[in-house]
Design a protein around this ligand. Sequence first.
Ligand code: HEC
Length: 209
Amino acid sequence: MKLSKLYRNIGLASLALMGISCGEGDPNSPGIEYMPDMYRSPSIEVYVDYENPSVSSVRVPVAGTIVFTSDEANEMYNYPYPYADSFEDYERAGLEVTSPIPMTEETVEEGKVIYGNFCLHCHGKSGQGDGGVPSNSEYPPPPAYDGNNLKNLPEGKMFHTITYGKGMMGSHASQLSKKDRWTVIQYVKYLQNGGKMVADVSNEASVEE
Ligand code: HEC
């Protein structure tokens, strides 16, 4: 075979190959996959039950599992809240649930920050129910914290309401951890008490505005 003919044949063969590999097929097709495992690794996902003991990774914890923490001070916040979203349990919470957080100037200050972010727009700066949302809409305003309806509202009911919501107020359980809920309650109690520390109503201890 002449050399020029050989070159021509090689040229034609390459063109034919290019034709195969660059053919106008489905534009979304990935083409021929030589080692599909490398494109689509058979990865094992976490929290999936493959019903096959040899194919498993982190499993979903059994119902009722309590998250472990070695931080004893905050361990109780991992316990489940054992009250259901019902009127009976709301009443029970009012009698049985008490705050694990003491009312100190510090916790009131922390609660005030949470209040400013999550509650003020409805309940108003001093808890009178005159926040921007009810003031600028048809929605009925929330009752004042220090009014006849809420002045003696137990903290357990507050926690229950913040957890599950009540009437026009939605649940805040997904935005606020249990610790945050108890912390903001310190500030609600402070407002409920007319802007004074509850433990020491006699002297006019108050948190700076
Ligand atoms: C969308 C407006 C809105 C937001 C935001 C909101 N509330 Fe309320 N809240 C209401 C309304 C309305 C009521 C009256 C509910 C009822 O009794 O029907 C209420 C009631 C309450 C009560 C009385 C609960 C009871 O058991 O009677 C407390 C305490 C309270 N809110 C605290 C909070 C705190 C703390 C936040 C922020 C974490 C908050 N709210 C955020 C609208 C709101």
